[in-house]
Design a protein around this ligand. Structure first.
Ligand SMILES: Cc1cc2nc3c(=O)[nH]c(=O)nc-3n(C[C@H](O)[C@H](O)[C@H](O)COP(=O)(O)OP(=O)(O)OC[C@H]3O[C@@H](n4cnc5c(N)ncnc54)[C@H](O)[C@@H]3O)c2cc1C
Length: 505
């Protein structure tokens, strides 16, 4: 087996790993960044709804098992930048309340071991790194903060009219915080209708490749291996330290030794890597003295909604600019939180057809094109609560099993009902809904929870494992609760905080 040595190995290049690599690149340490996928090719298909939604050109091809043992293809992507290449770049801070214990319809959302004030300076830095555009003042749930690094993206004419109507309904619509590079400027973002779920052909969406990895690999001390799968972490003879990472590259297993290892494979794959690395000293998986590795998986309850009017053609191109947070902390007439409503990127005919074909096959494409041209699209999202039985395990043959049943459905149904009422009051004739249900792994988190008590958590508040001193996990795994806003900025902010801690120690 070939062996090499570095000062630090970072496994994964998404929101956690890509941000971490950028933050540590200037340290001078010899850093190896390991990524199982390749760079997303820059090609016409980047913006093709057919390629992205029908051919699933960029999706992971592996199969996972669900709780019944049924095989499914997860909604996830392996490549440089990870899932951030495909994200909508809606980059929210958690609300102050999200860091505290909150009673929900279906149980309790636990407190974080850090508060908003602790993360706030790193949110500032993450917003700069990811070029976040937004506006302070309209969002009733906004935590205390200074101005955004860049002004909010203006609403298109049609969305501005909807915002005015929402205000007339007594709601408080606000600007969605968005990570985009130089919108409207030469070479910058062109505010197109292929952003969310598409890679940006112009590299003008703030993702972890553009803002993290590309910056990191400019430094001569940073090496990136693509097509390199970390299959196992190896501990020393007494099990107290990671000695090496076994990596499959070009069909060969290579051994990389380093005094510090940061795992950033995403919430499902990071847990799977720790479980797969079980050995004599750690028979239940690495860093698993709490028994919590892989447990408490969360993913948000999410429903796509569309307001449809047969006589109103929607001429908005970039639609993803509006948020409604009025029900984030409490629902109308309900003492518990419901979640968030945000406008979405435009639905393309082929996207509707892919879903429609699973219900009523054979409807021609022109009918879908006609329909989506008259729709305004929204995403309605509620908090998922951590349950030990919602978990990642690894089968004897190495396959991932994701056992999951959604909870907090009462709150989510109430939010969908409220959003339906709002859209009907906007004059839409029909309101359509669609949910990927339990197979929506896009907002996966929580499988390696951080906390102060080693019996109740896997990671400490700086994301170091309680059990193994030189092993950190910096990705969506550490979330004790899922909150109900998009997770990416919080992952990046914590990565910056952990990077600073590592540099200082
Ligand atoms: C379509 C879509 C839209 C989204 N929109 C938003 C949004 O608007 N705002 C937001 O905040 N979030 C959004 N998200 C979610 C967001 O992308 C994720 O929360 C975020 O990317 C998670 O970061 P991560 O570091 O945990 O994992 P990832 O970004 O998934 O990165 C993990 C990386 O590890 C690599 N990897 C995995 N296993 C191994 C291994 N064994 N060896 C080597 N490499 C490995 C993967 O290839 C990947 O590059 C969206 C996601 C999707 C799919």
């Amino acid at each position: 087996m070939r062996a090499s040595h570095f000062d630090l190995v970072i496994i994964g290049t998404g929101a956690g790993g890509g941000t971490m690599a950028q933050a540590l690149a200037g340290s001078g340490a010899r850093i190896l960044v390991v990524e199982r996928g390749e760079f997303v090719p820059n090609e016409d298909q980047n913006w093709s709804p057919e390629a992205v939604w029908r051919d699933l050109r960029y999706r992971a091809t592996e199969h996972w098992l669900d709780e019944r043992g049924e095989s499914f293809v997860p909604y996830t992507h392996y490549g440089v930048g990870g899932n951030t290449k495909f994200w909508g770049s809606v980059l929210y801070r958690l609300r102050c309340e999200d860091f505290q214990e909150v009673a929900h319809a279906d149980g309790v959302s636990p407190a974080w071991p850090i508060d908003y004030e602790t993360l706030a300076p790193y949110y500032d830095r993450a917003e700069h790194l990811y070029h976040v555009h937004g506006e302070v003042g309209d969002d009733p749930t906004e935590p205390p903060r200074g101005p955004f690094p860049h002004p909010a993206i203006p609403h298109a004419r049609g969305m501005a009219a909807i915002v005015a109507q929402l205000r007339a309904q007594g709601l408080h619509p606000s600007a969605l915080p968005l990570g985009l590079l130089n919108p409207g400027a030469p070479g910058g973002c062109v505010l197109c209708n292929t952003c969310n779920s598409f890679p940006c052909k112009l590299h003008a969406k703030s993702d972890a490749e553009v803002c993290g990895i590309r910056e990191a690999i400019r430094h001569p001390n940073v090496t990136l291996w693509t097509g390199a799968l970390a299959q196992r972490l190896v501990t020393g003879h007494d099990g107290t330290r990671i000695e090496a990472v076994e990596i499959v590259r070009h069909g060969q297993v290579e051994r990389v030794e380093a005094p510090l290892v940061v795992v950033s494979c995403g919430a499902v794959n990071s847990a799977a890597l720790l479980l797969r690395s079980a050995n004599k000293e750690h028979p239940a998986g690495l860093a698993n003295s709490s028994g919590l590795v892989g447990r408490r998986y969360m993913a948000h309850l999410a429903t796509m909604m569309q307001g449809f009017h047969p006589f109103r053609v929607n001429d908005t191109v970039f639609q993803k600019t509006v948020a409604i947070n009025d029900f984030y902390l409490r629902g109308p007439g309900r003492p518990y939180p419901l979640g968030q409503i945000q406008s979405q990127g435009r639905t393309h005919g082929v996207m509707a057809q892919v879903v429609g074909d699973t219900m009523v096959p054979g409807i021609p494409r022109w009918a879908y094109d006609w329909w989506v041209a008259r729709g305004v699209d929204w995403l309605v999202m509620s908090e998922d609560l951590p349950r030990p039985e919602n978990r990642v395990t690894v089968e004897p043959d190495g396959r991932i099993r994701l056992s999951y049943s959604p909870n907090n459905a009462t709150a989510h149904q109430a939010l969908v009902a409220e959003a339906t009422r709002i859209l009907r009051r906007l004059g839409f004739w029909k309101v359509m809904t669609h949910s990927h249900q339990s197979r929506n792994t896009t907002h996966q988190c929580g499988t390696l929870v951080f906390g102060t008590d080693p019996r109740q958590s896997v990671l400490d508040p700086y994301c170091r494992t309680h059990d193994i001193a030189n092993l950190f996990v910096v990705d969506a795994s550490f979330f004790p609760s899922s909150a109900a806003v998009n997770p990416g900025l919080t992952i990046a902010a914590q990565a910056l905080r952990v990077a600073e801690h590592i540099t200082a120690s």
